[in-house]
Design a protein around this ligand. Structure first.
Ligand code: NAD
Ligand code: IPM
Ligand code: MN
Length: 349
């Protein structure tokens, strides 16, 4: 029995999780043994009670669940994102989920905003370092609210942290038959962290002589993602650059409505969420595309030992995009619920 902790969260996180849960039901009723509990952490709870995500709950997830599934968090009533930081970044950090796995895969050519690019051209994976960098939370504000105010946010890069995400990129390439790993940093300007990333990349890549080690500075990487995306197979980068590169990546493959992700520590309770946020203006309007959330169920199933469900879910989504049984962001006529129902229908065939 695999147990999943589900946090729908805020905004369209709630809408798309409703559809993802329909897929959970299909999986359960087909005999694959999963079960889940729903947790109401999010902006409403925080505003009512001051509770974001208690440490005891993190321990509960770690000890009693095989995976965590989150819709999205973020609410305009909480402008400093206090609750979202504790829930999303809190889980990533406390569970040491150092791999943010974000595949960029074009399902059909017409979804690509670039001219003359095929499905073979846009098919790569980004591994975003997920526990350090500018997200580490080190720094502070001095003399707040005065003309002499100073804000400092430092980037934390440990040898262990940098090496393990780079190594994971090479291991993944080796395991999946990919031939090139691209590391991206800003070592021409960020001398100290750049030095560490460069040395770690050089040393780890030497252990994988059959895989080409490529490097782009992050500004050039983003340019190349648009100009010649076909060169990319596996990209490894730091937390902040990975955040930025994967929104661009999502757009190359049809937009936020299709971008799935996993926050992973191999062998430990990991966290799965679509790349998109809570898009508050769409909440409750039956507009949000649930396919990213549904593809994320597949990524989660693969991680907890049922890769066949990932394939089935991807096939169902491919059928949906081919036949235009998709929401309006992908050029189709369906609402959130009908889009989820279409996938359930495909999976039940
Ligand atoms: P967003 O991803 O929520 O939305 C940006 C735009 O992308 C939307 O206006 C919409 O046009 C499109 N979009 C996103 N998801 C879609 C979907 N499923 N279907 C159709 N269109 C979709 O990003 P934002 O507006 O920058 O952020 C809104 C809130 O979400 C903020 O509070 C932000 O911090 C938070 N956020 C949370 C997560 C997360 O929980 N993982 C991720 C990103 C942003
Ligand atoms: C993401 C989001 C988060 C991030 C925000 C909501 C803190 O943008 O998961 O991509 O920056 O990691
Ligand atoms: Mn992001």
């Amino acid at each position: 029995m695999k147990k999943i902790a589900v946090i729908p969260g805020d905004g369209i996180g709630i809408d798309v999780t409703d559809e993802a849960l329909k897929v959970f039901e299909v999986i359960k009723s087909s005999g694959t043994v999963i079960d889940w509990d729903i947790f109401d952490y999010g902006a409403d709870k925080y505003l009512e009670t001051g509770i974001t995500l208690p440490d005891e709950e993190v321990e509960n997830f770690r000890n009693n669940y095989d995976a965590i599934y989150i819709g999205a968090v973020g609410d305009p009533r909480v402008p400093d994102m206090r609750h979202a930081k504790d829930i999303l970044l809190g889980l990533r950090f406390k569970l040491d989920l150092f791999i943010n796995y974000r595949p960029v895969k074009l399902y059909i050519e017409e979804l690509c905003p670039l001219k003359n690019k095929t499905m073979q051209d846009i098919d790569f994976v980004v591994f975003r370092e997920n526990t350090e960098g500018l997200y580490a939370g080190t720094g502070g504000i001095l003399k707040k609210g005065t003309p002499d105010e100073v804000a400092i946010q430092t980037s934390v890069n440990t040898r262990k942290g940098v090496e393990r995400i780079i190594r994971y990129g090479f291991e993944y390439a080796e395991k999946t038959g990919r031939k090139r790993v691209t590391m991206s940093d800003k070592s021409n300007a960020m001398r100290y962290e750049g030095d560490l990333w460069q040395r770690a990349f050089e040393e780890v890549s030497a252990e994988y002589p059959d895989i080409e080690a490529q490097h782009w500075y992050i500004d050039a990487l983003l340019m190349q993602m648009v100009k010649r995306p076909e060169q990319f197979e596996v990209i490894v980068t730091c937390n902040m650059f990975g955040d930025i590169a994967t929104d661009l990546g999502a757009q190359l493959a049809g937009g936020m409505g299709l971008a799935a992700s996993g926050n992973i520590h191999p062998g430990k309770t990991s966290l799965f969420e679509p790349v998109h946020g809570s898009a508050p203006k769409y909440h409750g309007k039956d507009i949000a595309n649930p396919l990213a959330a549904i593809l994320t169920v597949g990524v989660m199933m693969e991680h907890i030992g049922y890769p066949e469900w990932n394939r089935k879910i991807e096939d169902a989504v491919l059928e949906a995009v081919k036949t235009k049984n998709v929401p309006r962001d992908l050029g189709g006529p369906l609402g959130t619920k009908a889009s989820g129902d279409y996938i359930v229908e495909q999976l039940s065939k």
